[in-house]
Design a protein around this ligand. Sequence first.
Ligand code: PXL
Length: 277
Amino acid sequence: MRQKRIMTIQDLSCFGKCSLTVAHPIMSAMGLEVCPIPTAILSTHTAGFKDWTFRDLSADLPLIAAHWKSQGLVFDGISTGYLGSKEMIGMVSDYFRAFPEATKIVDPVFADNGKLYPAFDQEYAAGIAGLCGQADVIVPNLTEAAFMLGEEYVPAGYDEEHIHGLLRRLTALGCRTAVVTGVVYDPARQGAVAYDAVTGEYFQYFRENIDVSFHGTGDVFTSALAGAVILGKTMQQALTVAVDYTVDCILATMPDVRDHWYGVKFEACLPQLIRSL
Ligand code: PXL
């Protein structure tokens, strides 16, 4: 069988285990051919470090697409993460049109815990909501979902009806499937819930709720989910693979939580990820 091929468009934070430095190795380990498109190079990610360097590489995005098209390259998937500017959202939208054959997976990556990340505003959130409308699968957390829908963020104490309603409104942006992460119905369990607007089915998968926060776990989750979707797994299988892998990475990093706050030790858990496919 032909190897599945995915391009992943996000920044390269040289230190900090997020975006391309997790997406590329995770999806390669899953057996996909991964073609990274770095939107910018940063010395570190922006969550918890100071004075990071940032070199915008977005001018190369249209050139890379034009060259790939001239070579007749085709892709099974496109996954996107942290983009960094409104201009880049437009460029990614051009990629979506240029590669219509690809399944598009968009992780909004602009907010968490009720707040926008420092670089972003409401207009950026609206731009990402537009990009989500052109995707097949979107992977917001509850904060990003609320911003994109112009609704109040409900941090806790919600029920299944609330999450299912949120998912239905997210797919009304234009995508087929919405997945929300960080869902806690019972304080002892945390997981992800998905809705397929074509079949009307809901999917969910939960593991133990671990009371700790590491940076980059959203990127780890979306990488595993995107890899599983492009490999042809069902949404239920993809949720299971991605939640299990993310929780395993957190558990593997817990003994070192003080020194390793900037990201999870995803490398140690790659064998488990491969076995779960
Ligand atoms: O993990 C998301 C992410 C990716 N890239 C950069 C970031 C962040 C979150 O803060 O700063 C540069």
